[in-house]
Design a binder for this molecule. Structure first.
Ligand SMILES: Nc1ncnc2c1ncn2[C@@H]1O[C@H](COP(=O)(O)OP(=O)(O)OP(=O)(O)O)[C@@H](O)[C@H]1O
Ligand SMILES: [Mg+2]
Length: 346
């Protein structure tokens, strides 16, 4: 489990503290306007036809609100939600047992859906398509083909790794939504809302500073808010002002852009050690002694968003903006410009 302060991933002790701050209706869910708009149209239309909602796939970096949105969808549809995750469903029989228990229109939420095993995925295909289950129970001579009709249900899948969800599974989702990092205005609203719930007093300027350093990620914002509140209580009167926020976050080593020490080490490796040349993920991870998955899920998306790194077919490179941010002279601007021409999105 990754316990870095600016990680969008959930820390080991956050499950209960998060539930109190989780919005429970689409109205309360701040930002992601396009997703909300499309989703409310889909919900309204299916409700008027009295049908279950189509299966929905939610993807995007950790901490942006996928789980929250899944619960909201069930609530707005006024149905129960059953929650599980890719790694938790081991055998064909496990998924079959879950699906047969679902009542009409209920939501099955599968988190980390990219980690489903092949056998489980294969049970899901016909279940998603025409609400039938077929699997083999037992082995050898005792093996039995089981075919069952189940009640129509809505599968909601969530993943931080859209690329790892195979095409056959992906194609069976009628609705696919990508969650993006939140902008400054949305982050300020999220922090204000959390202040209201937690009973924290904060000045506009303090909220602005917190929002700036929260990496466009609500989970990070709520985590930093708690830490800054502690600091405000210890050094002052509990009120979060601009100065208090800056001081507290400075002590926590979260810089004005929300970068932490690992982000800076990644940038330094790309600019200094590899001198602006393309670097593969594993080499980069080894050079900063960090897990490649953490770099890929947490650090890379935000550095890409800031325009500090780019992905090329030959690896990650630091951009001119990263060199400028670190105040470093770029050695081979000609080479870098050429590399930028190949930049791809994947
Ligand atoms: N749109 C939002 N408005 C307000 N708060 C939000 C919003 N989205 C998320 N949050 C807050 O951020 C926290 C983390 O969100 P959530 O658990 O839904 O993220 P996630 O995308 O499922 O992350 P992971 O990939 O780690 O599973 C929630 O507990 C909630 O308090
Ligand atoms: Mg989640």
């Amino acid at each position: 489990m990754n316990d870095r302060l600016v990680s969008g991933q959930q820390n080991s002790d956050e499950t209960s503290s998060e539930s109190g701050l989780r919005p429970i209706s689409l109205k309360e869910y701040v930002g992601q306007d396009k997703v909300k708009e499309n989703l409310s149209i889909a919900i309204e239309a299916t409700q008027s036809r009295k049908e279950p909602l189509e299966h929905a796939l939610l993807y995007g970096p950790p901490g942006l609100g996928k789980t929250t949105l899944a619960h909201i969808i069930a609530k707005e549809m006024d149905v129960n939600i059953k929650v599980t995750s890719g790694p938790a469903i081991e055998r064909a029989g496990d998924i079959a047992a879950i699906i047969t228990k679902l009542k009409k229109g209920e939501v099955l939420f599968i988190d980390e859906i990219h980690r489903l095993s092949k056998v489980v995925e294969e049970i899901l295909y016909p279940a998603m398509e025409d609400f039938t289950l077929s699997w083999v129970m037992g082995e050898g001579l005792k093996a039995q083909n089981i075919n069952l009709n189940v009640e129509p249900f809505t599968l909601i899948g969530a993943t931080t790794r859209f690329g790892m969800v195979g095409a056959p599974l992906r194609d069976r989702f009628g609705l696919t939504y990508r969650l993006d990092f939140y902008d400054q205005t949305a982050m300020e609203l999220i922090i204000k809302r959390s202040c209201g719930i937690l009973g924290v007093v904060a000045e506009e300027s303090g909220i602005r500073e917190l929002a700036k350093r929260s990496r466009g990620t609500p989970r990070v914002a709520n985590r930093l808010l708690r830490r800054v509140r502690d600091y405000a209580e210890v050094v002052g009167n509990g009120k979060i002002t601009d100065t208090v926020a800056k001081e507290a976050l400075g002590k926590l080593e979260v810089d004005p852009l929300g970068l932490d020490d690992l982000d800076n080490r990644i940038l330094r490796a790309l600019t200094d050690k590899f001198e602006g040349n393309p670097v593969g993920l594993d080499t980069l991870a080894a050079s900063v002694t960090e897990d490649p998955d953490t770099i890929m899920d947490v650090h890379e998306p935000y550095l890409l968003q800031l325009g500090f790194i780019k992905r090329t077919p030959r690896g990650r490179i630091a951009t001119k903006r990263a060199f400028a941010h670190l105040g470093i002279q770029q050695n081979k601007p000609g080479d870098l410009n050429q590399l930028n021409l190949w930049t791809t999105e994947d």
